[in-house]
Design a protein. Structure first.
Length: 302
């Protein structure tokens, strides 16, 4: 997949890119379908724009095509937001057949999808946009690919959408400027970003292996190349209480409710972010979480 250079737009960060695309895709009061557990920032942006997010059922490969059709028949959707690769928070990746099915649904319904590709550098999966180039708007960011401080966002637009998206970026004051844009384009052009992606892929695999070693026997899920892990909790714990107990030990994790679109969509689980700590600190934190799960209540563990 090689997007047309004329359709590339740069924003101040990935969140601004997402806001610009959502603002162009749907008017206040309209509906956008998404996974029932999704990137929390999407919820805030949609609320500010007056857009209703509609949770669509998923399975082990992500969003289900039949769920899209059912929701669109019930009340028309204005578009979709999804993460086909290393979905946040579940770490799911759509296979080629599922991507083809989603592309067919886009063609059948005339819907446009926002493909959040922020974790795609960790995978060889072919983007949904390769199968539905005229009906997929890709958003990405350099903050995870390169470094957290490099907050340049990218939008890869189909030709028919470029002018509308560019206007949305301008109207929101979301255009990338100054040093971040210059540094980002330089590092993409000279191959630095691609070389960093190779290093980060190996790092993510190593961190996943460590997490699965420390949490062996517990119910964990997600791709082994992701920088995050989904941990299902036993009935003896509730996700919010577990996250609070972990925080008292200096460990920040996120309960499922933070990702849920609405009531009834939050399982008893937490998301573990694996990318930031040094490996020795990550091991200590994971072992502390393991002891906390096994304790089955809320002790103060040293």
């Amino acid at each position: 997949f090689a997007p047309d250079a004329d359709g590339i737009l740069f924003t101040g960060n990935g969140r601004q890119g997402l806001a610009a695309v959502l603002a162009a895709l749907a008017r206040p009061g309209e509906r956008v379908g998404c996974e029932p557990l999704t990137y929390p920032v999407v919820k805030g942006i949609a609320a500010r724009l007056g857009i209703a997010l509609v949770p669509l059922a998923l399975d082990g490969e992500g969003m289900r095509p039949d769920a899209i059709l059912r929701a669109h028949r019930a009340a028309p959707l204005s578009g979709l937001y999804l993460q086909p690769t290393l979905q946040n928070p579940l770490g799911l990746t759509m296979g080629p057949s599922r991507r083809a099915e989603i592309a067919a649904v886009l063609a059948q319904t005339g819907l446009v999808a926002i493909e959040d590709a922020v974790y795609s550098f960790l995978s060889d999966a072919v983007p949904l946009a390769a199968q539905a180039p005229d009906r997929t708007i890709v958003i990405d960011s350099l903050s995870k690919r390169v470094m957290p401080g490099l907050t340049v966002g990218l939008i890869a637009s189909p030709p028919d959408w470029t002018d509308r998206l560019a206007a949305s970026v301008r109207q929101g004051g979301w255009a990338a400027t100054g040093f971040p844009l210059a540094a980002g384009t330089h590092w993409m052009g000279d191959g630095s970003a691609a070389r960093l992606a190779v290093v980060k892929r190996a790092d993510a695999v190593a961190r996943q292996a460590l997490a699965r070693e420390c949490l062996d026997g517990l119910s964990v899920s997600g791709e082994r190349g992701a920088y995050h892990l989904w941990l299902d909790l036993p009935e003896t714990w509730r996700a919010e209480a577990f996250a609070a107990a972990a925080l008292r030990q200096g460990i920040a994790i996120t309960p499922a409710s933070a990702f849920a679109i609405g009531p009834g969509h939050a399982p008893n689980a937490v998301r573990l972010a694996l990318a930031a700590p040094p490996l020795d600190a990550l091991r200590r934190a994971l072992m502390a979480l393991r002891r906390l799960v096994d304790a089955a209540d809320d002790p103060m563990i040293d």
